[in-house]
Design a binder for this molecule. Structure first.
Ligand SMILES: Cc1ncc(C[n+]2csc(CCOP(=O)(O)OP(=O)(O)O)c2C)c(N)n1
Length: 584
């Protein structure tokens, strides 16, 4: 059997339906094998390895399956670094196959030679070189096991081309797969019964409890379990940015998003005033805690943490209780422990108080959500999007880049359909991910409309993938927030008092023209009625990709809802009143 056929047969065995990648000198034998297996596995060619990686990242985020992407040696490997780092740090299981120069060439000045195994070491859970074709099956099994078990993450296999060209005696190998590792989390773990009982006692005793649902809840698909626990004990729930979508935003117990970027004032207030907080699947990193300056009333000794990764336990606060385990399984067990006579009225005043603050926030936001300005305000854009999504009535997979979409989608997006999911890559927030991510989102589930949101800086980094979307006729909806600048950074310059900002402005792209030149259906929206009409058309158009070039106000013209920025300007970030916030 050829090494390449071993690799492809095993990928098929692991249920891999699609491999994202870019062709190169070294991966020809792999492509030959993929071609002979067509119909059982699909190759999706991207135009840049970074994009192939972000496709894989989105595929992993929107399924419970590990994603696979591949690239050629040298430059291809180096271009693959950013998405691998993002997936790994965001606990998304992704396996990168670098098809490398032949092993006998090592150290002899071969074009593109690079120690890829070492290159990927700090940004993966495992990065190894395959040194013998007979080891392929065992290493592939290890790759899936490592990527999907424990805290999921990225794995890199450096496969010298000659491993794929080699003949292997099938009698000497076994192509079996471990079924448990075809999905994640593989081998999910539970805490001890004592720990679970202690946690239930803490939750039941508290009068102002709060659950904070992090990205780990989305990774473990534990939204329904968080909801069930919250309902069973009548506990309000906040999410982190990456935990958005844990429960429908319309739910009485879904208070809002905590943290710095796009936070809800009432959600941050809840975190300060809760007497006991249960974090589920959150590192409690710098965004959630605003560089560990928030909440001002320390979380020490009023916090418990459920996490798959014991290494993050009590890393930043003095936990009352650390609960190591998979979010979904742990919460299921916890719900079963809830006392039959638990008095849910005890927490009702707290729930009511938070709901009053929440209602007040949304009332105060009405003028901004309906403001008719030129250029359009991002709040208005999100509001139009919310309405269009609701009218569309079908679920979507939304992926958003850094820049304008992040604070404004976090604050104003309303997720009502539990099937609709929202992802923001927050480990690095690399620009240029959302556009290619729509390809991965589409292959993750073709019954969900893929939607990508990005600024014009991001667009400039990923525009080449418009061709991929057209070639594959993917019905992605792309929302370009066009403001002719690296707005987030320009805002930072303004925050430091520089009105003459330096090296942040560029020429606004002619988004509609660019999209149309690629064969993408496109509209331009400067006013809200243009945007509403374009969104209606975009949702109705299902024959291929489309783009709306939205001309928006720059983040550098009005301070976005970012807690640390507002604090820096001397404003009270917890004030529940929508202010027209200019820089000084
Ligand atoms: C690859 C990469 N380079 C640089 C940054 C730093 N960065 C964060 S936001 C931002 C500006 C984004 O500009 P744009 O996409 O136009 O969105 P806007 O902020 O204008 O809405 C930059 C450069 C990054 N996140 N990723």
């Amino acid at each position: 059997m050829l090494g390449a056929d071993i690799l492809v047969e095993m990928l098929i065995g692991y249920g891999v339906e699609v491999v994202f990648g870019v062709p190169g000198d070294t991966n020809v034998p792999f492509y030959e094998s993929l071609q002979t297996h067509e119909g059982r596995i699909r190759h999706v060619m991207a135009r840049d390895e970074r994009s192939a990686g972000y496709m894989a990242d989105a595929y992993g985020r929107f399924t419970s399956k590990p994603a696979v992407f591949e690239c050629p040696s040298g430059a291809g490997a180096m271009y693959s670094l950013p998405p691998v780092a993002e997936s790994n740090a965001s606990s998304v299981p992704v396996i990168l196959l670098t098809i490398d120069i032949p092993l006998p060439g090592e150290g002899r000045g071969v074009l593109t030679e690079l120690d890829c195994a070492r290159l990927f070491e700090p940004i993966t859970k495992m990065s190894v070189q395959v040194k013998s074709p007979e080891k392929l099956p065992e290493i592939i099994r290890r790759a899936f096991r490592v990527a999907c078990s424990g805290k999921p993450g990225a794995v890199h296999l450096q496969i010298p081309e000659d491993m794929l060209k080699a003949e292997v005696d099938p009698a000497r190998i076994s192509l079996h797969v471990e079924k448990e590792c075809t999905t994640f989390p593989a081998f999910p773990t539970l805490p001890t019964p004592d720990t679970l009982e202690s946690l239930m006692a803490l939750l039941a005793a508290s009068e102002r409890p709060l659950i904070v649902s992090g990205g780990g809840v989305n990774r473990s698909c534990a939204g329904p379990q968080v909801t069930a626990l919250a309902e069973r004990l009548n506990i309000p729930v906040c999410t982190t940015m990456t935990g958005q979508g844990t429960m429908p935003d319309t739910h009485q117990l879904a208070i809002g998003v905590i943290g710095d970027n796009g936070y809800h004032p009432h959600a941050n207030w809840a975190l300060e005033h809760a007497d006991f907080v249960l974090f589920v699947g959150s590192k409690m990193g710098s965004v959630v805690t605003i560089g560990w300056t928030f909440p001002k009333i320390t979380l020490n000794k009023r916090v418990a943490q459920i996490d798959i990764d014991p290494a993050v336990m009590a890393n930043n606060y003095e936990n009352l209780l650390s609960v190591p385990g998979d979010a979904k399984l742990t919460l299921e067990q916890l719900i079963a422990l809830a006392p039959a006579d638990h008095d849910t009225t005890k927490t009702q005043p707290w729930v009511d108080e938070l709901n009053e603050l929440r209602a007040e926030f949304w009332r105060a936001s009405e003028p901004l959500l309906h403001a008719e300005t030129l250029p359009l305000r991002p709040e208005r854009v999100v509001h139009c999007f919310n309405e269009a999504l609701e009218t569309y009535g079908k679920p979507a997979h939304i992926y958003s880049d850094a820049g304008t979409p992040t604070p404004y989608m976090t604050r104003f997006l309303k997720l009502k359909d539990p099937r609709t999911r929202f992802a923001i890559p927050r480990a690095f927030g690399g620009l240029g991910s959302a556009l290619p991510a729509t390809v991965g989102a589409w292959f993750a589930n073709q019954n969900r409309r893929p939607i990508g949101m990005f600024g014009d800086g991001s667009f400039g980094m990923s525009v080449g993938e418009l061709e991929t979307l057209v070639r594959l006729q993917i019905p992605a909806i792309l929302l370009l927030f066009n403001n002719g600048t690296f707005g987030w950074i320009k805002g930072l310059h303004r925050l430091r008092g520089h009105n003459q900002c330096f090296s942040v402005d560029f020429m606004p792209p002619r988004g509609q023209d660019i999209a149309e030149a690629f064969g993408v259906k496109a509209w331009t929206a400067r006013m809200s009625e243009e945007l509403t009409a374009a969104l209606d058309d975009a949702f109705a158009f299902e024959d291929g990709p489309c783009l709306i070039d939205i001309h928006v106000e720059s983040l550098a013209d009005r301070v976005p809802p970012v807690y640390s920025w507002l604090s820096k300007l001397g404003r009270d970030p917890l004030e529940i009143e929508a202010k027209d916030t200019r820089y000084l």
